[in-house]
Design a protein around this ligand. Structure first.
Ligand SMILES: NC(=O)c1ccc[n+]([C@@H]2O[C@H](COP(=O)([O-])OP(=O)(O)OC[C@H]3O[C@@H](n4cnc5c(N)ncnc54)[C@H](OP(=O)(O)O)[C@@H]3O)[C@@H](O)[C@H]2O)c1
Length: 267
């Protein structure tokens, strides 16, 4: 890879674990300056230490709860006062679901939307004026294959990720003339704690690793692919194993896909 990321200011949400931590470390190897956000400060500090060892320029930890929308604009001002501008925002923080719709309380449906959709767009909208002023920026959002297709046990999770596609496809057109890029990354099964942290119908953490997730792509490999997609200015990318084919089956054979989905091994 070129020195594209060297000294770029990159803000990553969900950086305390999994995909976000892997992206942070890969960015560090390429000399980026990092702002790392999530709720768990201790884990963020551990990732920050590793990123410094790997070669990141400056690393700032900014604790942020994506469900506390009222706090986000002030946190953005805090970060901007320290780094001046953000070249690349990576909206990665999120939470999944493992429960049938009939067993999922409305509170859990709302929480999934609050974190995955409203948290992400609140942060993006708070940072956008600065990007517009500088006529520069790249907004990268990690959605999911479930942002393109449905999946049992993930009704509101899928809804929150589909909503992100609607928002960011529209935003891409709005900011085109301001040289701001928008990339949507749709991973399949990636080996992280996503299922362990996923919400059950009552809002408890599931606490167990899905077989499909356990057999998924390593987050470090995904991170390398994401960096390449950013450097190449890709608008939408799908990464994972053979589950990625689902997007094309749905696109070209929607009735067949609907049938397959009733039997698919999604856990
Ligand atoms: N793993 C997969 O198979 C897969 C597939 C497709 C898409 N994705 C997406 O990839 C992203 C990262 O997931 P992952 O697989 O790395 O899962 P993970 O290991 O559970 O990590 C989730 C990250 O999001 C943060 N987060 C959760 N709730 C938050 C909140 N309310 N406010 C701020 N940060 C919050 C967590 O940090 P704290 O708990 O410290 O806040 C953590 O850093 C998610 O958006 C997920 O939907 C994952």
């Amino acid at each position: 890879m070129s020195n594209f990321f060297n000294n770029k200011r990159v803000w990553i949400t969900g950086a305390s674990a999994g995909i976000g931590a892997a992206i942070a470390k890969e960015m560090a190897v390429h000399g980026a300056q990092l702002v790392l956000s999530a709720r768990s400060e201790t884990e963020l500090q551990q990732v920050a230490t590793k990123c410094r060892e790997l070669g990141a320029g400056i690393v700032i930890v900014q604790v942020m709860d994506l469900s506390r929308h009222d706090q986000i604009p002030q946190l953005v001002q805090n970060v901007l006062s320290k780094v001046g501008k953000v070249d690349i925002l990576i909206n990665n923080g999120g939470i999944s679901q493992r429960a049938l719709a009939k067993d999922t309380s409305l509170e859990v449906d709302k929480k999934l939307m609050d974190v995955n959709f409203f948290g992400t767009i609140t942060l993006t909208k708070a940072l956008l004026p600065s990007m517009l002023t500088h006529q520069l920026g790249h907004i990268v959002t990690i959605t999911s294959l479930t942002g393109m297709i449905g999946s049992p046990f993930r009704t509101s999770y899928a809804a929150s990720k589909h909503a992100l596609h609607g928002f960011f496809d529209s935003l891409r057109a709005e900011v085109h003339d301001s040289s701001i890029k928008v990339t949507l990354v749709c991973p399949g099964f990636i080996r992280t704690n996503v299922s362990i942290n996923a919400l059950t119908g009552s809002g408890e953490k599931l606490g167990t690793m899905d077989d499909a997730t356990n057999k998924g792509m390593a987050p470090e490999r995904l991170a390398r692919k994401i960096l390449r997609a950013i450097e190449n200015g890709r608008q939408e990318v799908y990464f994972g194993g053979k589950e990625v084919l689902a997007i094309y089956v749905k696109r070209f054979f929607p009735a067949l896909f609907a049938k397959i989905l009733t039997r698919a091994k999604v856990r």
